[in-house]
Design a protein around this ligand. Structure first.
Ligand code: DCP
Ligand code: CA
Length: 408
């Protein structure tokens, strides 16, 4: 099923909250930020003020020079926080997949939610409720991914509603200025412009390797965005964006089999936590801190989301081999984490399914561990830890038994 993702952003948020409370301010150049003779910048400007050249972030003194007739307000953060909470509460009536992205903006995944009709009808309903209940105006972008939805809501402002069909997303993006692509800051924009790239479409057709060689990891991301590719999920409310476990050794160690055993243990813990939350991960992160406190972090992106400790371990070990290559230093701490988490239910793709056998095994192990404690059942690899576990269940601060060198 094609995803339907909304990006909803309130127009001139701080100013509009003030106007809702004092309707005589409507239709006028209003600036929230403080008194014009004081230090400080414009936080929010009404569209009438923007027509006169006022922008967020501009020093108030400059705003005053441009527009002395504007109404300058101090603003009140508790009022904005309150309006924000009510805004999010309205959105949560339309789908549980709500990800606030700031006080006045949020992503909402409405895939499969048709209680209020088509996505467009739902968006109209959202706008109507925001207008009636909060006396505010929202702009909405609808697309199959976050990045296009966000650009669409920006483009439609004020009072916008733009829906982009999946097959038209690339076409929709192509003529837009490169600076409107999330991830392209002013520096990147200048760099791209210097080589003649001014539109998203021009970036999209550049060879990926070229963009990568100039801009590194950011290049890969913005190249994907430019092509309308963005598989970031709308994060569920209140959920962590990553899960991790780490162990600091009582004595720094050079014992590879011990490290591997600990890693296996940590991966199983992370896997169990993932399964407990009914989630899967597309990225594995390894952290190693050496005796001299040099700390390295390595990431492995996976094609398919996983929740099995065994699969997390397979990736983590690859990272460990890379992290230790060429090092001759003892390890002080080792940790493993997962990120790029996907939810369950409608957000699962068929290719996320892991081999059934592993899933059954993990289920059985989870049941036993819930009943008898985590270390009641151990994998062969964790055998090196058996003495530790027999001492106490959760104390995984270890002695290092031998000092072999890394054979890597
Ligand atoms: N904000 C701020 N300082 C900034 C930018 C923003 O304090 N430099 C605050 C005030 C804004 C709110 O965050 O009202 C939301 O930021 P937006 O960028 O969404 O700006 P607006 O909602 O004011 O305008 P727009 O209609 O463009 O969304
Ligand atoms: Ca806004």
């Amino acid at each position: 099923m094609t995803r339907r993702i909304f990006h909803i952003d309130l127009d001139a948020f701080f100013v509009s909250v003030e106007q809702a409370l004092a309707p005589e301010l409507k239709g006028k150049p209003v600036i929230v930020g403080g008194r014009p003779d004081r230090r400080g910048v414009v936080a929010s400007a009404s569209y009438e003020a923007r027509a006169l050249g006022i922008r967020a972030g501009m020093p108030l003194t400059q705003a005053y020079r441009l527009c002395p007739q504007a109404i300058f307000l101090q603003g009140s953060f508790p009022r904005y926080r309150d309006a924000s909470a009510r805004f999010m509460s309205i959105l949560s009536d339309f789908s549980p997949y709500l990800e606030p992205a700031g006080l006045d903006e949020a992503y909402l995944d409405v895939t499969g939610c048709d209680f209020y009709g088509s996505p467009r009808q739902q968006a109209l309903k959202i706008k109507e409720r925001i207008r009636e209940e909060l006396n505010l105006v929202a702009s909405v972008g609808i697309a199959s991914c976050k990045v296009v939805a966000k650009i669409a809501s920006d483009l439609g402002k004020p009072d916008g509603l733009i829906e982009v069909a999946k097959e038209q997303e690339k076409e929709f993006l192509a003529p837009l200025p490169i600076g409107s692509l999330p991830g392209v800051g002013r520096k990147t924009e200048q760099m791209l412009k210097a080589v003649g790239i001014t539109t998203i479409g021009q970036l999209a057709v550049l060879p990926l390797e070229l963009v990568k060689s100039r801009l590194g990891a950011l290049g890969v991301v913005i190249h994907r965005y430019a092509n309308g590719i963005d598989d970031r999920e709308v994060a569920l409310p209140g959920e962590a964006k990553s899960i991790s476990r780490e162990t600091t050794f009582a004595h720094d160690t050079l014992d590879y089999s011990l490290l591997q055993a600990i890693l296996s243990y940590l991966c199983e813990r992370v896997g169990a936590e993932l399964r407990d939350q009914n989630r899967r991960a597309r990225c594995i992160i390894l952290k190693v801190r050496f005796a001299d406190f040099e700390t390295i972090t390595r990431r492995l992106r996976l094609e398919h989301a996983v929740d099995a400790g065994e699969l997390i371990f397979a990736g983590a070990v690859k990272l460990l081999v890379r992290a230790l290559a060429g090092k001759r230093k003892a390890v002080r701490l080792i940790g493993v984490g997962v990120s790029n988490l996907t939810g369950s239910g409608v957000q699962l793709h068929l290719f996320d399914l892991i081999p059934q056998r592993l899933a059954y095994l993990d289920k059985a192990i989870d049941r036993i561990r819930k009943k008898y404690g985590f270390t009641s059942i151990q994998t062969g690899r964790m055998f090196a830890l058996k003495d530790v576990f027999s001492r106490s269940d959760n104390d995984y601060i270890l002695d290092s038994p031998s000092l072999s060198r890394w054979g890597l």
